[in-house]
Ligand binder design. Sequence first.
Ligand code: ADE
Length: 249
Amino acid sequence: MSPVGVLCAIPQELAYLADNLIAPEISEAAGMRFHTGRLDGAPVVLAQAGMGKVNAAIASTLLIERFGCRLVLFSGIAGGLDPDLAVGDVVIADHVVQHDAGYHSEAGFTVYQAGHLPFFSPHEGLGLMADATLLARVQGALADLALAPLAATDSPRPPRLHVGRVLTGDQFIGSESLRERLFRELGGAAVEMEGAAMAQVCAAFGVPWLVIRALSDLAGAQSHFDFRLFLEEVALSSALIVRRLLPVL
Ligand code: ADE
């Protein structure tokens, strides 16, 4: 069977998956490292792309064209936008939107405005929807998932799994006013820097995609601090979900 591609941006997101790879082989392309092997019985290719949309697009293209991946998923961290979410919660995208593409004015965001910015996206839709059948299978496989509480929080509740919209842009968000605006105007549950670019490449090649993100911070004034504090722990919880999903993908 052809492999599943697993895209990560930073080493901490990839570490646990790479450490558990059976018969690993490492190769390099476009300055990126690709780890081929088996994980929980499934052939996989892990890619460490670096941060941002262009890196994600290069790595996704290589995973599909060079490594023949039949599905590409992102595993990693994100900033929470929905005030009901907490650090440690995991968001699986049912919809991805590039929040930094389009028109941004005092009146609000206009993303992919049909008829005005056709060069951003050949389909002129607002972002991309995840494959409904794949998402249903993923939700079924995670129905009894119990996420472990984080070591370094005093959160009154254990982490939750949430399915919702993930926003992508070439910006690390550390502003309460922007967080509030991204939530209110674009309906994002979480924000990160790669998912929608990966999805756009996958859609162009007709390959299904999945974005799994554990929240390292809440995209406000504390986000740089929280990101460093929680990065490793939440990257691991995303990677553990990937391992649980691989047998059903
Ligand atoms: N990834 C993790 N936290 C993030 C944030 N606050 N903004 C963008 N990407 C992130």
